[in-house]
Ligand binder design. Structure first.
Ligand code: PGA
Length: 254
């Protein structure tokens, strides 16, 4: 039985001071007291230090939103895997906003996944199709080819320990979530099945796969009731203390 994981992707929101205030509110809400689910917050780099201190000794885990694949050197403005690992257990890799606005490709995503594991981090890899691809019937091709290219060269143990977030790009920040059935079908057929083919049944069954895209307290249950959906990656609705309600919904569904 996989433990569901609900992660808040705060994107480029909240100063360190704002981040501290939100984590305090989440902890006051009992976010780390909910049994049977893992809760994660992913603030910006500048808030990681303060947030990780607050989360020490609690069950609320911390993740970063990105890293660079080189270990150190002349890469002005970038953050190395070990720098992230000082503060985090998780790191989001290949978010569609990184792919769309900052030129990330399956090749750089693959390097980042390997670098993350090298530093002892657990990646949350994002995959998903655009609206146009979806309408053209290309969801299977796009998602499966991302999964195959991004995971190439990883070990079955690494894959078993990581998380994939299926995030249809048309559902991110739009209020237009996929249905539970749609997300279940893509996650099973185009993510878990190819992972099984590449890494075997045990790794694919251990790997947790989230849905992401306009998840909120009012629709979370719909996703968490699905057999292959092991939690959510949440953007907008993770910026408020009632993010805790989504974590509770995941615990109740399993
Ligand atoms: P959203 O974002 O929940 O605001 O749609 C999800 C994400 O981009 O991870």
């Amino acid at each position: 039985m996989r433990t569901p994981i609900v992660a808040g992707n705060w994107k480029m929101n909240k100063t360190a001071a704002d981040a501290v205030a939100l984590v305090k509110a989440l902890l006051d809400n009992g976010i780390d007291q909910i049994a049977g689910v893992e809760a994660v917050v992913c603030p910006t780099f500048t808030a990681l230090d303060a947030v990780s201190r607050l989360c020490e000794g609690t069950n609320l885990a911390v993740g970063a939103q990105n890293l660079y694949f080189e270990p150190n050197g002349a890469y002005t403005g970038e953050i190395a895997p070990e720098m992230v690992a000082e503060f985090c257990k998780y790191v989001i890799i290949g978010h569609s906003e990184r792919r769309g606005y900052f030129g990330e490709t399956d090749e750089t995503v693959n390097k980042k996944l390997k670098a993350a594991f090298g530093a002892g981090l657990l990646p949350i890899l994002c995959v998903g199709e655009t609206y146009e691809e979806n309408q053209a019937g290309k969801t299977a091709d796009v998602v499966t080819s991302q999964v195959k290219a991004d995971l190439a060269g990883l070990t079955a143990d690494q894959v078993a320990s990581m998380v994939i977030a299926y995030e249809p790009i048309w559902a991110i920040g739009t209020g237009l979530a996929a249905t539970g059935e749609q997300a279940q079908q893509v996650i099973h057929d185009y993510v878990r099945v190819p992972v099984t083919e590449m890494f075997g049944e045990a790794a694919a069954q251990a790997m947790r796969i989230q849905y992401g895209g306009s998840v909120k307290p009012s629709n979370a249950q719909e996703f968490f009731g699905q057999p292959d959906i092991d939690g959510a990656l949440v953007g907008g609705a993770s910026l408020k203390p009632d993010f805790t309600e989504i974590v509770k919904a995941a615990a109740e569904a399993k």
